[in-house]
Design a protein around this ligand. Sequence first.
Ligand code: ZN
Ligand code: ZN
Ligand code: ZN
Length: 348
Amino acid sequence: MEYYLVKWKGWPDSTNTWEPLQNLKCPLLLQQFSNDKHNYLSQVKKGKAIKDNNKALKPAIAEYIVKKAKQRLALQRWQDELNRRKNHKGMIFVENTVDLEGPPSDFYYINEYKPAPGISLVNEATFGCSCTDCFFEKCCPAEAGVLLAYNKNQQIKIPPGTPIYECNSRCQCGPDCPNRIVQKGTQYSLCIFRTSNGCGWGVKTLVKIKRMSFVMEYVGEVITSEEAERRGQLYDNKGITYLFDLDYESDEFTVDAARYGNVSHFVNHSCDPNLQVFNVFIDNLDTRLPRIALFSTRTINAGEELTFDYQMKGSGDVSSDSVDHSPAKKRVRTVCKCGAVTCRGYLN
Ligand SMILES: [Zn+2]
Ligand SMILES: [Zn+2]
Ligand SMILES: [Zn+2]
């Protein structure tokens, strides 16, 4: 007869018991168990043939299945935590069908910039509009000397490199104003998933995203660029790629998403990306401290990985000297694995 070692939910390992199959009323768990066993065997069998004699599981298989079960629980707990912390509409899912990696150990989810001590972010604008219809009237963007960023379908219509000025807390308009998009946060359900091509975690969309649509904001700690230089020396290659220079008009500040961030922390780089960076001003009109928003450059289908060009920065300037403005080039070079035809070979 087949017996299964059962770990009872909410009870310590010391109370585990051996149960015959007929006692187990958990088809999903049994399916998972058999999938994990199968996966492990198919990995091992690539090297050498192992006979599955059905008498007892080899310790290595049992160990793998237990690790996989623990990982599943840890990822589920992390997913629950991310969804408790996020304040936007879209759900966050977590998935690893590739290896035994669990949740990151030193990452804290935040919804907005976390200023370092000594840096203050103004959270109320000094000016607001009094339009009855922000789409047609001389609204906040006009006041800043730029065009309204969006069309009637909530898609961005201005070229990369142009700033977005959204309506703010001082404006007379309501939440349905067509000039309030980034401030409403991510609307799509996204999934943090383990990539199978060695790029660690990545992010994919679970729903179709229309072209030119707001997808997510890039948030992290706001630090001075001197502090970013210092951290850049300490970080390994991976850490360096989380430093995002706010170089819209000055280069005083950098966003560091290494420890504090949102889903954007997990978005991989591509030299042929489907997301584009824009500078956004809402309640903070200080041009040294734009918010960074990622918009789709094309239709992105459900299941597709989201990527942006780490080198593009806030300016969106594709001229060759935009790369030279970036302090990133002073840092250690990281090999790019994006696989695009136009891949430059390095992240920085
Ligand atoms: Zn207005
Ligand atoms: Zn306004
Ligand atoms: Zn408005």
